[in-house]
Design a protein around this ligand. Structure first.
Ligand code: F6R
Length: 243
């Protein structure tokens, strides 16, 4: 896998933002899948900056959340839709109608997963997917397990992920136990994939990903080996175990 190591988090964020904006220049109707969490905050801020100074026009782009917690309302302060709205959509003039998230309040979550998958396909699949990575190697919320659904599905979050995400909630007990996530196949249909990682806590998982030569369902990021256009961008702390 193609890896770029930057000195700082800000440089990682700027590079990832430039990657997206280059793709946007080639295709103003860019179809993006975007992550939430700690890692993408700087990248999203830089994308907002580029839009503010007139270097990026997201008014014809489309954006899909990679995942969403069950069962937080769209406007819940902890929802992943609200995260992207707050860090990105509100600042770049992307039409709300062009922003998508699974309806995690739907009566039938499995029907909703099918609908979300079809909506992605109806947009011609993603031109670009930006991923973070979990300490356990999850991408989206595809947690390590012996088998994987290739398409959008409901997932039980594992204890490590719940503990890692507790920092965004006032109490660990408030962290939702389930989410809807893109499937590994949904991600792999993306024309380009960028994975960003930052900080010492990601050093071990980034070494594992960098060194990996076999697909291992217990290390979901290894499925990226199946894709021919993956760019890893990480800062020096996340790369500190890579030799
Ligand atoms: C979030 C997502 C997750 C995160 C991962 C890393 O939408 O899909 O895979 O990217 O858990 O999260 P941070 O960046 O908070 O370390």
């Amino acid at each position: 896998l193609n890896i770029t190591i930057t000195e700082t988090y800000d440089e990682m964020s700027a590079l990832a933002a430039q990657y997206v904006v280059r793709a946007l220049h080639e295709k103003p109707e860019l179809v993006m899948a975007l992550p939430t969490g700690g890692t993408p905050v700087g990248m999203l801020a830089e994308m907002c900056h580029l839009a503010r100074v007139g270097a990026a026009d997201f008014s014809r782009a489309f954006s899909f959340n990679i995942d969403e917690y069950i069962a937080l309302a769209k406007d819940d302060p902890q929802s992943y839709y609200r995260f992207l709205a707050h860090h990105f959509y509100q600042h770049v003039g992307i039409p709300t109608a062009n922003t998508f998230v699974p309806d995690v309040l739907a009566d039938s979550l499995s029907a909703e997963c099918d609908r979300y998958e079809r909506a992605i396909q109806n947009h011609g699949d993603f031109d670009i997917t930006v991923l973070g990575i979990g300490h356990d190697g999850h991408i989206g919320f595809n947690e390590p397990q012996s088998t994987h659904s290739p398409v959008c599905h409901v997932i039980d979050l594992n204890d490590e992920t719940i503990a890692a995400n507790a920092r965004f909630f006032s109490r660990q007990a408030d962290v939702p136990r389930q989410a809807i996530t893109l499937g590994i196949g949904t991600i792999l249909r993306s024309k380009a994939i960028v994975l960003i990682a930052s900080g010492h806590s990601k050093a071990a998982v980034m070494k594992q990903l960098h060194d990996c030569t076999r697909i291992d369902p217990l290390f979901p990021a290894s499925f990226l080996l199946l894709h021919s256009n993956v760019t890893l961008i990480c800062d020096s702390e996340a790369a500190s175990l890579i030799t």
